[in-house]
Design a binder for this molecule. Structure first.
Ligand SMILES: Nc1ncnc2c1ncn2[C@@H]1O[C@H](COP(=O)(O)OP(=O)(O)OP(=O)(O)O)[C@@H](O)[C@H]1O
Ligand SMILES: [Mg+2]
Length: 242
């Protein structure tokens, strides 16, 4: 089953900026696909189009998912609501009955390892914890397609590695199809079964790498020769087209 299909997608903004040209992309059920590309090449634009937050100029996008989630680079939490109340917000906005939305929020909250921090306000949490709240909030919708725009970009290296392990676990547990934007090539390779490389603006897909390792992947995989060979190949493809 294909969850997301983009065919010959182009996007030109009213300002005249051509952000994307001729993007072909398929995310099938069970896929976790990462996209790497130089800054400003149109990655966020691509994700916004996939989410239906903006319209294509040319081409087609087909989404076959009952629910799509979106995790932004910044956790974008409401400062006046507790951590758990932030996760509950989605159900509230959708009019889910109180008992049910509380239960779902609680489940997602526990899944991301935040048990015990329900009553803390966002400012009382670390950067990694705030991102966990944001991910929990996205899981509440039980997404079949999960979109991530550089969610770990602002985190320190240790937290980032931990969050990668967490996300991989959630991906397996919840079995959503993922489309993940990142600047980090090792992060893309570690998390994904496919890594797509975009050219500089206007962005298009210039390389498509299969990542062979089964999940769950041990953190030590990152230090193995085959892993570094693959990150090297992705890096070379990126260098050729930036
Ligand atoms: N709403 C908009 N109106 C006009 N131009 C835009 C708009 N949004 C993005 N752009 C332009 O489109 C291009 C692609 O932007 P986009 O945010 O998709 O890049 P990106 O690959 O996500 O970059 P980064 O890695 O820095 O996040 C940029 O040149 C940007 O200036
Ligand atoms: Mg971006």
């Amino acid at each position: 089953m294909k969850t997301l299909v983009m065919e010959e997608v182009s996007k030109t903004f009213p300002t005249g900026t051509v952000a994307l040209t001729g993007v072909d992309l398929i995310v099938a059920a069970g896929d976790f696909v990462s996209v790497v590309g130089p800054s400003g090449c149109g990655k966020s634009t691509l994700l916004r189009l996939a989410a239906g937050l903006d319209d294509v100029t040319a081409g087609r996008i087909q989404v076959e998912a009952t629910s799509t989630s979106y995790v932004f680079q910044e956790p974008t939490l409401l400062e006046w609501r507790t951590a758990l109340a932030n996760v509950e917000l989605v159900g509230e906005l959708r009019g889910v009955p109180k008992a049910e939305r509380k239960e779902r929020a609680r489940e997602a909250f526990d899944l991301v390892g935040l048990t015990g921090f329900e009553k803390q306000f966002p400012r009382q949490l670390s950067g990694g914890m705030r991102m966990r709240v944001s991910i929990a909030r996205s899981l509440v919708a039980e997404p079949e397609l999960a979109l991530f725009d550089e969610p770990f970009g602002a985190l320190d290296e240790i937290t980032r590695l931990r969050m990668q392990t967490e996300l991989q676990r959630l991906f397996q547990l919840k079995a959503f199809a993922g489309l993940f934007i990142t600047h980090s090539i090792p992060e893309a390779v570690y998390l994904s079964n496919r890594v797509l490389v975009m050219s500089g603006r206007p962005g298009r897909i210039v390389a498509d790498f299969n990542v062979p390792w089964a999940y769950p992947r041990p953190p030590e995989l990152r230090y193995e020769t085959e892993f570094t060979a693959l990150t090297g190949a992705v890096s070379a493809a990126l260098g050729d087209h930036s």
